[in-house]
Design a protein around this ligand. Sequence first.
Ligand SMILES: [Zn+2]
Length: 366
Amino acid sequence: MVYMSCRHRVYPNQKQESLFKQYLGHSRFIHNNIIGEIEYNRHIANLFHFRAPYVNLKYMESIFNYLREWYPFINDLDINTMQACYKPVLQAYDNFFKRGFGHPKFKKRYKSSQSVKINNINKRIRVEKGKLYWKPLGWINLKGYRSEITGKIMHIKLQLKNSQWFIIVVYDSPLPEPFPKTGKEVGIDLGVKTLATLSNRKAKATLKLNEIEAKIKKTQKDLKRKEHGSEHYKKTLKTLHNHINKRNNIKREYYHKISKDIVKEYDTIKMENLNLKEMILDRDYSKGLYRASLGMLKNMIKYKCELYGKTFIEVPQYYPSSQYCHICGYRNTELTIEEREWQCPQCGAILDRDLNAAINILNYGK
Ligand SMILES: [Zn+2]
């Protein structure tokens, strides 16, 4: 069994939308107040030199119950859902104390993406004929539903992203039929110029999004000229969100198609470990973001391998796949990122940077 998810655009009516907003608002309220309470207690403990309470489930529950007493409006909404809001906080503190992650953060009201998780306790959520039912909400249409949900619904997520509403349904599903074996293996190098270069010289082209990118840039410029919060501002912001959503959808669809094609064709797929943090911090910001979206493509290939019975191998990050000549093994430590092609001083071969890297990735560990 495996958890699958599908994301559907929804168009809530006025009553449903105000309910959605309440859920988002309340979950943010609980999240922030629990962090606030924990931090206050840690501060006081520090000040008077005693030990702060240990952050565990029991402590979270006690804060939650106290919040319910002081802010009774919490009880107006589904209490199981409200209760589930502190689980991520607990996880964040666990990561902070034990794994050296960053400090748990407050949720901001005007973030472009917000969501709240609703657990399907006692099968109270169900999907029938492309419609979802949950008692507080009633029935709501799932746009683009194509009878994907075959197993038990585990939870749903209400999501508000760039002013559009979505419902993500997570369900337990048996593994799909594996793809037939082909006996082929491949190394893949992901890049900005060519999206995916395969070790057998095949390549997947980078998606051309010039038109929509230009629209996004223009709308962003327009937005800067509008008075913040005015009607014109809101209208332009909505247009901007529409463009961004459109671009993301085109990209996601393209990546899904490419990843599926690759996983179908090869039994073993080798790829490099991409350092996402480094990519986002790229000096050329837009390029950095683009490279970060390559991480999305890699993840799609990885999970499809698991889903369809193929093997995915990750080559370590420190392995300089583009520096070695794949023919004689000479290492060119002076290769710069701008050099698309180089000649090996040892064997004289002329090497295409991406293809050479893809072949080295395939040969790694052999
Ligand atoms: Zn060589």
